[in-house]
Ligand binder design. Structure first.
Ligand code: ADP
Ligand code: MG
Length: 347
């Protein structure tokens, strides 16, 4: 597409209030808990005796997203999804979000609107109300902050600290794909920088790239828990890699864990791509981030109910703390798992 064909309206032509009105006009509130949304100094919420669960995340251009390969719509979508995932990981249901942005003059009204199309798609699909935010300028690039607000009965809330020896460790979907998707996008970006004329060959990488650019949150798992009266003993969402999240659960709960290598779910495309990157597929599954699957532990009495969940994998057991946090390899060895995770401050 040629630059000059793209309509570009400078943000200053609308002004701050005009812009806010423009980008939020297609949002409608659906929850009775949203007493007052956008348009006043603050939103008003009604928890109706339920517990409120609140989570915030920031996304910074160049750190968490790269405009070279992230469509604007996907940036808005993912920023919302990542926050909803944190609410689901508490076994709560999100009903509201706020969405705040600081952006430089390189962003046009059309660009901001595209981001909001992604926000609206996520709000529609996951049934959450956009109840406010803030809009301001920055000297360089874009920063986004999203806050999600969810609700649950007190006894439904699941933290990281309830795992007990004998519990079964479960995960809601395959792991490592988002990380491998990112590796592909970074590789193609370098290729493009070195050979600007070249068209990227992404045909075989579609699943992995989608897992990176357009992740989903596991609302279906929480809905299943509600319907079947299951309350996991502990739960966390996999944003920093399975090992890292397992360490959080074990540390908070004062337990150890055994993971069976052969039971860790890895998509066929991930297997293939990991090998192309000279990486052991299990390494990307254990340490790759941004899968936004739920890792949870379940008491043995609930095992039968969980077994029929779609897309569920039972990958190990909670053991006494002194037994450590270990991987049983398919070759019959036992390794200590080492948490690597993401470190945004690493240079
Ligand atoms: P204030 O000056 O009190 O911060 P604003 O003018 O920033 O108020 O915001 C006016 C209304 O628009 C508020 O309800 C606020 O929550 C909402 N709002 C501002 N920016 C955004 C945004 N980026 N997305 C959604 N709502 C927003
Ligand atoms: Mg404001």
């Amino acid at each position: 597409m040629k630059e000059q064909e793209v309509k570009r309206t400078d943000v200053n032509t609308l002004g701050e209030f005009g812009l806010i009105e423009h980008i939020t006009k297609d949002f409608n509130n659906i929850h009775p808990s949203t007493n007052k949304g956008i348009g006043d100094d603050a939103a008003v919420l009604d928890a109706s005796g339920r517990k409120m669960v609140v989570s915030t995340d920031m996304f910074v251009e160049g750190i968490h997203f790269d405009l070279v390969y992230s469509p604007l719509k996907h940036i808005g979508y993912k920023a919302v999804i990542v926050n909803l995932s944190d609410i689901y990981a508490m076994n709560a249901i999100p009903e509201q979000i706020t969405f705040s942005m600081a952006f430089s003059s390189k962003y046009s009204v059309e660009a901001i609107q595209e981001i909001y199309e992604g926000v609206r798609t996520a709000c529609d699909l996951y049934k959450v109300d956009l109840i406010g935010g803030d809009t301001t300028s920055s000297t360089k690039g874009m920063s986004i902050s999203v806050t999600a607000i969810g609700y649950a009965k007190e006894e439904e809330i699941v933290g990281r600290s309830g795992a007990q020896v004998g519990d079964v460790i479960c995960v809601t979907g395959d792991l490592g794909a988002a990380y491998l998707g990112l590796q592909i996008l970074e590789r193609e970006k370098q290729l493009y920088i070195n050979h600007p004329g070249i068209q990227p060959d992404l045909a075989k990488a579609q699943y992995l790239i989608e897992r990176q650019l357009k992740p989903e949150a596991r609302k279906d798992a929480i809905d299943y828990f509600r319907k079947n009266e299951i309350i996991p003993t502990s739960m966390i969402d996999i944003s920093d890699g399975l090992t890292s999240e397992l360490f959080h659960i074990c540390k908070s709960s004062g337990v150890g864990a055994f993971i069976e290598e052969g039971k860790v779910p890895i998509h066929d495309d991930s297997q293939m791509m990991a090998l192309q990157f000279n990486m052991d597929p299990i390494t990307s599954a254990l340490n790759g981030g941004e899968d936004y699957e739920l890792l949870f532990t379940i008491n043995e009495k609930d095992l039968e109910k969980v077994r029929y969940m779609p897309d569920i994998y039972m990958i190990g057991d909670i053991v006494p703390k002194d037994d450590g946090i270990k991987l049983h390899t398919t070759g019959g060895n036992r390794h200590d798992l080492k948490a690597q995770g993401w470190n945004h401050f690493q240079t």
